[in-house]
Ligand binder design. Sequence first.
Ligand code: PEP
Length: 248
Amino acid sequence: MARQFFVGGNFKMNGTKESVKKIIGYLNDSDLPAQVEVVIAPPALYLGLAVEVNTQKTVAIAAQNVFDKDAGAFTGEICPAQVKDLGATWTLTGHSERRTIIKESDEFVANKTKFALEQGLSVILCIGETLEERKAGITLDVCARQLDAASKIISDWTNIVVAYEPVWAIGTGLAATPDDAQETHKAIRAHLATTIGEKQAAEVRILYGGSVNGKNAKEFKDKADVDGFLVGGASLKPEFVDIIKSRL
Ligand code: PEP
């Protein structure tokens, strides 16, 4: 079963009105392949602007984070309904910067993921091990634990895309090798088959994230379980278009 190639762009806490318009301009001015699904995640403050400026039908807009509750007394948080109100249709959950810096637990990430789905957003659920965990040989245990928190409370994974992002590869220039990524993605899919069922596991897209750029993206081309990328730094640059076109 063919899974549609997917490229996500996470702008993180970068940008201004002008630079967000400029980055989306790179996409608008490009001849993007119709068969690639693209989702970009600017800072929440610019979601409405991104929706207005984007002219590409294959590009959707995502929040980088949402809260696990609806409108109310939750100062500083944003709820899925507000994201949708601005015209965005996706959110990231569980990015490693939120897990490690903001100390979000597996359960909190799972609750946000569940609530976002219930509210009609699609979700890029990020998982991945730290360098210490990799050195300790527990990469798969960590990924399984992070996924299990979600699969315990979410049975329908149709609108979830999993992003495997080893923390040691994010923003470091040290991408996992295509072989290493493939091995881990295959193991993640095998694990998912035991929790969400073989059919859903075969259908769910698993992205690789961590120092992907316009040059190395092509090296993952023949990796059967790498269904696309989640891109940080390079999503702010014109080379993001090369990543989107890396499977052509
Ligand atoms: C990310 O933030 O999800 C990411 C993968 O960052 P980078 O591409 O910069 O490593």
